[in-house]
Design a protein around this ligand. Sequence first.
Ligand code: MN
Ligand code: MN
Length: 286
Amino acid sequence: MDNVIFADADSDYKKAHYVICGVPYDGTSCFRKGSCFAPDEMRKFSYNFETYNPFFDIDLDYVAIHDFGDLEVAEDINSTLAMISGHADTFVGDGKIPVMLGGEHSLTLPFARACKNKNPGLGFVVLDAHLDLRDEYKGERNSHACISRHIIDEVTEKYVSVGVRSGTLNEYGYVKENGINVFSSDDVFNSGIEEIVNEIRKIINGPVYLSIDMDAIDPSFAPAVGTPEPYGLTPRDVRGIIACLAPDIVGFDLVEVAPAYDTGGTAILGAKLVRDFIAASARAQL
Ligand code: MN
Ligand code: MN
């Protein structure tokens, strides 16, 4: 499947409003590796869908999307982050909306930072089963288990996490002490996604970065993730959040799909959510 581009992402870089890039890196993943294969897997499955998106009533054939291909990565995470941050800065500096296909969750940091530099009031919404608030994990500060901590410490305190159902006692203590905005998957189940979206809007109403860790979604819908966690969100919950935030989203990523554990369904859902994001965002600009 070499050189397959994401479906409908055949615009020139110059003309494109959305720039898709893959980052095939899973070096700090601990439980089930293989998210490095996810970008191509999602590209492959992106051809499953019609160009017309009836839910958002827009045809992606008429949206300027460019697939930049995969970014070069190194063996260790710190070199990898350094290598991809230049690209993230360039995409955002050129006025593009970056759409990053992971890879593991630690890769979000340079993209969020690039968006923050361009949009000083940036908010950050992450969908994740996990708090990801560790200071370091197994001696690695840039582990995928630490991404939310880095976002809050180094990028923006306008932070909201949705779908959470896993963390250490320490991480939950950190949430309480620091008043971190966390909506659990049970909150979403009990209140409905509309209510949660209203709550998010009270915290963030300006430019926002949306990061989707696929393990936010229930393993019955998305089994092929690095660290699956039962009692998750539904795909419709996630689409609801995308639909609501899309007009303000300036950067987007979808991470932690591990194709080796898939019969296709997780990568198909990942590809669909990417397409839904672009459709929702493009629709909002008409
Ligand atoms: Mn995560
Ligand atoms: Mn997670």
